[in-house]
Design a protein around this ligand. Structure first.
Ligand code: AMP
Length: 417
């Protein structure tokens, strides 16, 4: 069975085509700048050449047609015809209170998703456009929705309720939902397998640290808390998002900018804050680490101007703030779980940066949690790496996440019934 996994944004459409017999990727790619001008990138894994070219794509429907033409093309293709795509799995950012699991998409699901638009007005309409375009392109194939929020619907009331007037929850569904659910679910299941396969009684903290970042506290295989909230803005500082701040900053920033609207002020918290905001140079953790190290490892460098030093110190401050906040939330999840058996690092930063993992874990020594520098330095790659030091009170692992594979697996499971 071949399954096409689709992840639609307002002006982008990412895809991966899986062969589910082998769980391998046949091709993956991305349509960018939909509705603006249009660019397609496509990478097949069968030895055919990759493609990267400008193609007009006024809408998501044109984008999906370009994907289909590319997947079936003689030069770049990996299948002979559309019929070789047996089902389509869609990443959907928000499923509200309704969807605690992935579902086969029918009209009732679409209607329920339209209801969710008010909860994620930037993301769900884009997801709906993607579903609509794919349903037109694959009218007979089953379509499945896999939700970022679903895994966290097991959070207890005291973890998801905001301490604001209750009517906002009861009348408007304003509560904490959490995101990155497919990633937290996948890596916590992998960790459970690694630890013997019995989720019962197991206390896991998963740290999804990428451009977007969130933690989840997982007990008995179920999410009991997570750092993102009603939107992905809450929680940790991220590449460009502030994470949790005093809400009074909104009028303060607005005033500082001469009277910005709420929307524009939130844009500053979503797109210009986090490690980008503190460092002033980049939202990319690798860039920031390079900038920080420039100063730390070359203090005698005579070419280094005062400006260079300030730039690298701010980069270091951005990293310090990130590491401190991750550790602080881990501490709070040790409280939520009543202890911790395993801490898992995943996503771009969590999988690939020994220095940031060490920076975070150094804060956890008071809990008796220690990582082994040697193992930490060599961790990463395709498999699970155990970076725990002897005598540590909790196991620390790096596990590569694979959200697309989760979507493909859920799709196959629902299609097969
Ligand atoms: P993701 O959103 O999961 O794709 O993660 C993207 C982030 O991971 C970017 O900020 C990258 O700079 C960061 N990243 C990837 N590799 C490394 C690395 N070796 N060291 C530090 N950060 C990394």
């Amino acid at each position: 069975m071949n399954i096409l996994v689709i992840n639609t944004g307002s002006s982008s459409l990412k895809y991966q085509l899986f062969n589910m017999e082998t769980e391998t990727i046949l091709a993956k790619g991305n349509c960018e700048r939909i509705g603006i001008d249009g660019h397609v990138k496509h990478t097949p894994t069968n030895g055919k050449p990759s493609l990267s070219e400008d193609v007009p794509m006024p809408s998501h429907s044109e984008a999906i047609n370009i994907v289909i033409n590319t997947l079936t093309s003689e030069t770049y293709g990996v299948i002979d015809s559309l019929k070789e795509i047996h089902a389509v799995g869609h990443r959907v950012v928000h499923g509200g209170k309704k969807f605690s699991q992935s579902v086969l998409i029918d009209q009732a699901v679409i209607d329920a998703l339209v209801e969710c638009v008010r909860l994620a007005p930037l993301h769900v309409p884009a997801n709906l456009m993607g579903i609509n375009a794919c349903q037109k392109a694959f009218p007979t194939a089953p379509h499945v929705a896999v939700f970022d929020t679903a895994f966290h619907l097991t959070m207890p009331d005291h973890a998801y309720i905001y301490s604001i007037p209750y009517e906002y929850y009861s009348d408007h569904d304003i509560r904490r939902y959490g995101f990155h659910g497919t990633s937290h679910r996948y890596v916590s299941a992998k960790a459970t397998e690694f630890l013997g396969g019995n989720a019962e009684g197991l206390k896991i903290i998963t740290c999804h640290l990428g451009n977007g970042a969130s933690l989840a506290a997982i007990k008995d295989g179920k999410s009991v808390d997570t750092t993102m909230g009603a939107t992905p803005l809450e929680g940790l500082p991220m590449g460009t998002r502030s994470g949790t701040v005093d809400p009074s900053l909104i009028p303060m920033i607005s005033d500082a900018e001469g009277g910005l609207s709420i929307g524009d002020t939130l844009d500053i918290l979503n797109k210009k804050s986090g490690v980008l905001g503190i460092s002033g140079t980049s939202s990319d953790f690798r860039d920031i680490m390079n900038t920080a190290e420039f100063h730390l490892y070359e203090p005698e460098n005579e070419d280094e101007s005062a400006e260079d030093i300030e730039t690298s110190e701010r980069a270091r401050l951005a990293l310090d703030t990130f590491e401190y906040n991750v550790a602080k939330f881990i501490g709070s999840y040790i409280v939520a779980l009543g202890g911790v058996d395993a801490i898992i690092f995943t996503a771009g930063v969590g999988e690939n940066s020994p220095a940031i993992r060490k920076g975070i874990c150094d804060w956890l020594k008071g809990f008796g949690i220690f990582v082994d520098d040697e193992k930490n330095g060599h961790a990463g790659g395709d498999g699970i790496s155990d970076i725990t030091s002897a005598g540590s009170s909790a196991i620390v692992l790096t596990i590569p996440t694979n959200e697309e594979l989760v979507i493909a697996r859920d799709t196959m499971a629902l299609v097969k019934g």
